[in-house]
Design a protein around this ligand. Sequence first.
Ligand code: CFM
Ligand code: HCA
Length: 533
Amino acid sequence: TLEQISEMLAKYPSKVEKNRKKHIIIKDSSADRQEIEANTRTIPGIITNRGCAYAGCKGVVLGPLKDMVHITHGPIGCGYYSWGTRRNKARADEPGQEFLNYCVSTDMQESDIVFGGEKKLAKVIDEVAGIFKPKAITVSATCPVGLIGDDINAVARAAEERLGIPILAFSCEGYKGVSQSAGHHIANNGLVERVIGAGDREEAAGKYPINLLGEYNIGGDSWEIERILDEIGYTVVSVMTGNGSYEDLKNAHTAELNLVQCHRSINYIAGMLETKYGTPWLKVNFIGVAATAESLRNMARYFDDPALTARTEEIIARELARVEPQIEQYRKLCEGKTAFCFVGGSRGHHYQGLFAELGIDTVLAGYEFAHRDDYEGRQVIPEIKTDADSKNIPDLHVTADERRFRLKVSPEKLAELQRQIPLSFYAGMQVDMADGTIMVDDLNHYETEEFIKLLKPDIFASGIKDKYVVQKMGIPAKQLHSYDYSGPYAGFGGAVNFARDVSMGFVSPTWNFIVPPWKEEPLLTGSVTEEGV
Ligand code: CFM
Ligand code: HCA
């Protein structure tokens, strides 16, 4: 209840209390509207789960592009901690053109900080081009690079002339924003400016050409989604950016529709491609059986072709017949339980549907770094105040491409479709949450513990940073970032894997095998003597 939350917040200094209050909402559909504060600075001293702009740019959006080598310009730590931990999988399309297992850094030392790191960067770029012969190279800046003023753009331009391959520089210093989110925006801008449209194809190679945006192939998710899309007959021109490539992305302008799975990380590209090429985007969600089926049906509605619609229904029926009985088995183990669902920017919403299919109610959900539109829906965008932090990242000024702009559907048809399907629109998390459930933005460790005591969830879904604290409180914790090294969880097949893994969390006898040390023998031994020694 509100009083209990107030009590929890009262432990903070009063300024902090006032701040955090705006990031917490109890869903109440009778209220006119419920505004949440988001995408603002974390209060120093609070243990947040957020990452930095570099993580959002290099780690999230650029990192999965497999035929490019991604150079981290900075001290080794930033590169090291982004080495493979996100589990974005890839397979080479051409022999030797898959570099994701490498972690390339300029390994800046103190002397580079003092005298500048540009020469070292130029040398690393030359080495990378010589050793790997990639299609293209990215350079991502970490905090010290911006502080000392290395001009990575000039270094990249010079190297590009020298080497004859695209070298893209990203000024995504960690401090460029309040979270990963700023880095998404920086990466989106660079891909639109330098990659998408750089190819010379004017038409896609097959029928119903689409791009899948905001899907990063964590644990193989996009492979499971593409399996179905291929079977239905779609031509997946590119995936941004899971198992994605420079090679595919450069012809992404040939798609007739852009699908947006993770709105937060890639809505900028979706919007810019609509302006530039006249291609609308469709908000999809391939997490959960019902959401997957609905997304496929919405896609069929957009293309409006009876053969495609029939094929869509055929595949959905086949997949449901296959996965529903399996999920039903697991549902018996999960029914009636409750979950916390706190992830970065879109999974906090998407996974609630999959939990519901297992009979698990989400009692608290939230995002680390999403914006108000991801909670409240895109209709609030015009009223979001731009503060000094968000002004840091410029919106690109994109105009219609004179040669390639083509309205994919007439304005009348577009308006009609928008009444039926989420075309170029995202309604956010809030509408899907039940009354009385709680939304928390940028949840921190103190609030995590307090909310657990209050709500006693049966499972806690979030990331590595709070997993072990929660597990030690005796609650199964499920990572929704790395999937705890499991997956895929997307699509029809993924839902079964998820059901299996969550059920394991509930029925695992592990905890019964562990005897806390103080139950085996007293922690303090000795005796008290009269002298007190
Ligand atoms: Fe989008 Fe993502 Fe997410 Fe995200 Fe991330 Fe991620 Fe995430 Mo970790 S792009 S917002 S910046 S769905 S890395 S694949 S799991 S926080 S909820
Ligand atoms: C990131 C990456 C991350 C971290 C995961 C976690 C991921 O934010 O830089 O905190 O468990 O998914 O790998 O979100």
